[in-house]
Design a protein around this ligand. Sequence first.
Ligand code: NG1
Ligand code: MG
Length: 519
Amino acid sequence: MSIPVIHVSSKEELSSKPNIGEKCLAISAKFEKKYGSKPDFISRSPGRVNLIGEHIDYCDFSVLPMAINVDFLCAVKVMEGSKVVTLINDDARFGERKIELPSDGSYVKINSTISDWSNYFKCGMHVAHSFLKEIAPEKFDSAPLAGLEVFCQGNVPTGGGLSSSAAFICATTLAVVRANMGKGYQMSQQDLTRITVVAEHYLGLNNGGMDQAASVCGKADHALYVEFKPELKATAFKFPQLKNHEVAFVIANTLVVSNKQETAPTNYNLRVVEVTVAANVLAAKYDVVLKKLIAKDEDSAKGNLRDFMNAYNAKYEDASTWDGNIDNGIKYLTKMLSLVEETLGSKTEGFTVSEAAAALKISNEEFEREYLSIFPVRFETLKLYQRAKHVYSEALRVLRALRLMTNASGFKSDEEFFSSFGALMNESQASCDKLYNCSCPETDQICSIALANGAYGSRLTGAGFGGSTVSLVPGGPNGDVEKVKQALIDEFYRVKYPNITEEELAEAIIVSKPTDGSY
Ligand code: NG1
Ligand code: MG
């Protein structure tokens, strides 16, 4: 599907865009005030909440997110002949930046050792540039990108687990591609997702593809089932029709900011290393080769827990690769969980470098080079058992959750849906907390308060270590959304942050219907 373009040539055109016309008029006016003329177009990409399936996208297991009504916008004017990109942010905390464009067509340098908001723009610019070189090499191999004037504005909380980074990068990437390909160019959702998935790797974050897929492919009133293999695919589906309630999700920010870049060596990137080592230790034990389904630039990649599942099935169960079928998935994942118990279950204290290298039948030096040096990490022991168990059990919960969400034969009662979906969310939270160690006390508090006041399921969403929570609450006139919100305000926010303002409170709790992705 190609992404619609928002030109800002006329007020009429803008105000005809559902939901966003006003926002676009406002940013267009701010652009004009700063730069003295109108922007050519606006690009936009939303934040997302993940309903279930945490820390499994980088193992290629499917996830269930939806795009939400907080977003990031870039108003852009193309400056023919200029070799500078000027960035102004509506939020005064982020000062004006100027990026010089190399005149030989090489990439703009990104210094990932400093933390600056323009780095995210540069990442988007980098993947856009490499895409432009792919589709029009004659034009972009040796000539510079177009100079730009950009005004940015976003309301996805930063470090809040709702993917502010993906919203920013997807909006930026789309803007740079459009600015350089001209007005008529229609970019596909598939291309925008594919190229943005790796953008944060330039900032040293070894992330999976959930956030970009959700931000780009979001669909109003639909949640997404995002699959990563055999190729990246987002299927939109509606929540089930219940008898007396709507399905609502209350998103509550702990306001504990988790800066993923800074904590990556002990948190995010370390988890990616742990599950990769676990896949390879299992492969060594069962004497299988981790063949990747897609080779691409992944020649140096080590294979993940999904690859192990497929390789094991090929050797011992004669189903070579999982085709995505839910029943098969449940069967294979259940088998994987028993292999994890058998192989790793006796080492709950974790593996030292020497122990991991020995299990892989390689030297310590080779282990460090192959697993620990590309994205540097710090640890005492690698918790292979806990992390692998989380991944396989979470992948299993996603399949069960999808089955509930898409159950065409209906539910005997609303209660039946809420309690079964809620139970999966609660199990997910317990697993994130106990096995993946990515929860925090504030998250646990919010989850208990929500559950005690009408939520059926409550869990962290996104990478965790702070950030936001998502709670399943019966919605509509008979529902408990207001009750849950009030309880969180009284028992969490006013207690933990006594000086919190009304405005901050309003931003901390989001109840959003699923929204459209990038345009
Ligand atoms: P957040 O922290 O919400 O950006 C991160 C990763 C996802 C996924 C989740 C955990 C990035 C850009 N995104 O999300 O790919 O792995 O954690 O499920 O780092
Ligand atoms: Mg992020």
